[in-house]
Design a protein around this ligand. Structure first.
Ligand SMILES: O=C[C@H](O)COP(=O)(O)O
Ligand SMILES: CC(=O)C(=O)O
Length: 211
């Protein structure tokens, strides 16, 4: 395993759950990140689905101790470069195009590419990416699919995301080829809009205890 992959494994195995955060306003980025870190979740994926996403990454990277902030929904090399410049510690995508893979191979930070099939996983493993996001986990086949992939491909590890929550996270985490799970459930939109950081820390603590 190369140093970049080793750093990705270290970021992703520090806690069992990676919060997936789609943040509308940079004003909530810092209290939200601090609430999650206080509960024990330390790898935070901030998606680039909102105009504020990049500034949220920049703010969290600069101000919040004890966490690794990553950029999610990285779809093209231009976004990858912007995320690195903003201070992201890792990159996440829902799938992997040849252009994105090529840019990620030259990037200074690690990349967690999305896959939904054994063939996609094998293609990325050939290129040195051995921790992959299984997305969208539940619609793509859930725990039974991931378990079946693990039989012929035991070296490839996954972070299932998409439809993962308190009811099924432990089932995913019990699989030998799962190193963590991702999900938005630890930062519900209503709690974020109300500034209910206490609730988010409680959800984070429950999620952190799944490990
Ligand atoms: O990257 C991920 C998803 O949007 C998170 O999915 P979720 O809301 O089902 O947890
Ligand atoms: C869904 C996903 O993988 C992402 O937003 O990065």
């Amino acid at each position: 395993m190369n140093a970049r992959e080793a750093s990705l494994f270290s970021i992703l195995t520090a806690a069992p759950v990676v919060p997936v955060l789609t943040i509308e306003s940079v004003a909530v980025a810092l209290p939200l990140a601090r609430a999650l870190v206080a509960g024990g979740l330390t790898a935070l994926e901030v998606t680039l689905r909102t105009p504020a996403g990049l500034d949220c990454i920049r703010a969290i990277a600069a101000e919040v101790e004890g966490c690794d902030v990553g950029a999610g929904t990285v779809l093209e090399p231009r976004q990858l470069e912007a995320a690195v410049e903003a201070g992201a510690k890792f990159l996440v995508s829902p799938g992997a195009s040849p252009n994105l893979i090529s840019a990620a191979r030259d990037a200074p930070i690690p990349f967690l590419p999305g896959v939904a099939t054994a063939g996609e996983a094998m293609t990325l493993a050939e290129q040195g990416f051995t921790a992959l996001k299984f997305f969208p986990a539940e619609p793509a086949g859930g725990t039974s699919y991931l378990k079946a992939i693990g039989a012929p491909l035991p070296e490839i590890k996954f972070c299932p995301t998409g439809g993962v929550g308190p009811k099924n996270a432990a089932d995913y985490l019990a699989l030998a080829n799962v190193i963590c799970v991702g999900g938005s459930w630890v930062a519900p939109a209503d709690a974020v809009s109300q500034g209910n950081w206490t609730r988010i820390t409680a959800l984070s603590r429950e999620a952190a205890s799944l490990g």
